[in-house]
Ligand binder design. Structure first.
Ligand code: ADP
Length: 382
């Protein structure tokens, strides 16, 4: 019931209760009066009742002769006033309590939330307006609890990945130091050995460079400090060149590459360097999380809905439906892929770059071991 209806009902109760009680009391008094004092004693005729002066004179005389009747009348009046006061007080109290309780509960709930306690439930109310407020409040509490849990999880995840990252950085650094010590100590005593040592040092330095680049790009994107140089370009032509650059690498890894890039021109807003990073990260993931037996990587594009859909599909380890959104958060890694090296930053970087291009990215997967498709949508520029 809404507040207006409920308050109208209380007002009716407040009005009817004393009327009924006064009626009952009056009837009782009347019966006592009639039994004790025959009406004739009143000495009032029908005619005199119409004349106020005569009537009040007769009444005054009657009260003078029967002083106890006056006491009864006064008692009746006092009881009537008491009944009105009691019924008004009781109804008003019930009415205010019924409103105060849910409001107090909400105030208590707000206090709990302020203190960081989110493990309670805001109960509903009989008033539909307050009930709606309680429902929204409880939904807000649940959302807050959910984001707090997420935040705690992310914090934990972040610290764990930072620890992993420092470990991952330390490994190539230790190995670089080892090789340099070897060179210094004259272990690389032939030119082939020296070349091998230097190549290894260079490769390790490149690993460190990649990691630091990822970290730096991710934090710049998070802080909106990365500048973009937008041009207009044909994304299909860009993809064809890009795939050619990757073909050798993929063949070396024995990954079958299937490409089906649309022949049509699709002009989109393009920062070439950043977009290369997007597809490099997506292809790297498809390679990292590939199917070990018969790895296949498919890259295709399709012009539709005023934009271009670029799909990068693999037949690898797949992703569970519940993780599809989480993987775009920085430092997030799915449990099933923890044995494979990674920083959990790649997709976070990709998402932010694609969104800066006005596009969208999402993952699709049939589930674990069923492969993954990353879909990038970029709107066509006029
Ligand atoms: P990284 O690969 O360095 O861990 P990403 O941000 O690129 O970080 O990916 C986040 C997580 O998403 C990965 O740890 C992995 O669990 C999952 N993931 C990304 N791409 C794929 C893919 N193609 N197949 C299966 N899982 C993937």
């Amino acid at each position: 019931m809404n507040i207006k209806k409920r308050f109208t009902l209380y007002n009716i109760i407040m009005l009817i209760t004393p009327i009924l009680l006064i009626g009952v009391i009056s009837v009782c008094f009347l019966i006592i009066f009639i039994l004790k004092y025959p009406v004739e004693e009143l000495n009032i005729t029908r005619a005199s009742m119409l004349d106020l002066e005569v009537f009040s004179q007769a009444l005054g005389e009657f009260f003078k002769n029967n002083p106890s009747v006056l006491c009864y009348v006064i008692l009746w009046m006092v009881i009537c006033v008491l009944l009105i006061v009691i019924s008004t007080t009781v109804t008003t109290r019930i009415m205010t309590e019924s409103v105060k309780k849910p409001i107090n509960d909400l105030a208590k709930a707000a206090e709990y939330i302020r203190a960081g306690n989110l493990d309670f439930e805001v109960l509903g109310s009989d008033y539909s307006e307050i009930d709606n407020l309680c429902v929204s409040f409880d939904a807000m509490r649940r959302d807050l609890k959910h984001s707090k849990q997420r935040e705690d999880y992310m914090k934990q995840e972040r610290s764990m990945l930072l620890a992993n990252l420092s470990h991952d950085l330390k490994t190539p650094i230790t190995s670089i130091k080892g090789y340099i010590d070897g060179i210094r100590d004259g272990v690389a005593d032939t030119s082939e050995k020296m070349d091998r040592y230097l190549d290894t040092v260079y490769a390790k330095a490149e690993i460190i460079d990649d990691m630091v680049n990822n970290l730096s790009m991710f934090s710049k994107l998070e802080l909106s400090r990365l500048t973009f140089q937008f041009d207009k370009g044909d994304i299909n032509a860009f993809l064809r060149d890009f795939i050619e650059d990757y073909r050798l690498d993929l063949e070396k890894n024995e990954i079958k590459l299937v490409s089906d890039i649309s022949k049509e021109r699709a002009i989109v807003k393009l920062d070439y360097e950043k977009m290369s990073r997007v597809f490099a990260n997506l292809i790297d993931n498809a390679v990292k999380y590939r199917n070990e037996n018969n790895p296949v990587l498919e890259i295709s594009s399709l012009i539709r809905d005023g934009g271009v859909y670029v799909c990068i599909s693999d037949n690898g380890i797949g992703i569970d439906e519940s993780e599809m959104e989480n993987v775009f958060n920085g430092f997030y890694r799915v449990d099933s892929s923890r044995s494979i090296k990674g920083s959990g930053l790649g997709l976070g970087i990709v998402k932010q770059i694609v969104e800066k291009h006005g596009g969208k990215i999402w993952l699709e997967s049939g589930g674990l071991e069923k492969g993954t498709t990353a879909v990038v949508y970029l709107p066509i520029s006029q």
